[in-house]
Design a protein around this ligand. Structure first.
Ligand code: IMP
Length: 177
């Protein structure tokens, strides 16, 4: 059980929706010639983002999921990334968009993109809803980023703190009381 905390609004549901519309336009342009885009959600934090994103994309898509270990139940990144659940489908020769909730230290994105590259996709691009550049430990950047945020622990819109608060419709920052 985490210590008691409150959640302060950081990014409203309306701002997220507007940003997803813009990002979708860019993604659509990048993948306009695809026969079918494989959108890969990194579980569990991306599940709300990917649901909203694919509904804006207006491209033929397939959805698959990958789960990597990250924070466990705490606030510290584990650095060592393990694959807990692999993709169902093959991505060789396919157009792939990897969807992450937050790029923090960068270990997860770096590890997962390296893994997917070994499977020889035709094209692999990445999108993260949030980016905390000040926390970066490895040199990695998503192709598209929704919002750059400061070094705050955030929850909501699919993102959890010890498995709580994923169902908030906005992004909030955790403030201990
Ligand atoms: P990285 O490997 O350090 O970049 O960690 C990425 C993962 O850590 C994200 O996909 C999230 O699951 C988790 N994470 C990073 N920052 C936060 C946060 O502020 N709140 C909740 N989870 C976070």
């Amino acid at each position: 059980m985490p210590d008691p905390y409150e959640i302060d609004l950081m990014i409203s549901a309306k701002s997220i929706a507007a940003r997803i519309e813009d990002l979708s336009r860019e993604i659509r342009e990048t993948f306009k010639d695809t026969d079918k885009l494989v959108v890969v959600g990194l579980l569990r934090g991306s599940f709300v983002f990917i649901a909203d994103l694919v509904r804006e994309l207006d491209l033929p898509v397939e959805v698959d999921f990958l789960e990597a270990s990250s924070y466990g139940d705490g606030m510290e990144s584990s650095r060592e990334v393990r694959i807990l659940k692999d993709l169902r489908g093959a991505i060789e020769g396919r157009d792939v968009l990897l969807v992450e909730d937050i790029v923090d230290t960068g270990h997860t994105l770096k590890h997962v993109t390296a893994l997917l590259e070994t499977r020889k996709p035709k094209r692999l691009e990445t999108i993260a809803l949030l980016d905390k550049p000040s926390r970066r430990e490895v040199d990695v950047k998503a192709t598209w980023t929704g919002f750059e945020i400061p070094d705050e622990f955030v929850v909501g819109y699919g993102i959890d703190f010890a498995q709580r608060d994923r169902n908030l419709p906005y992004i909030g920052k955790v403030r201990f009381i």
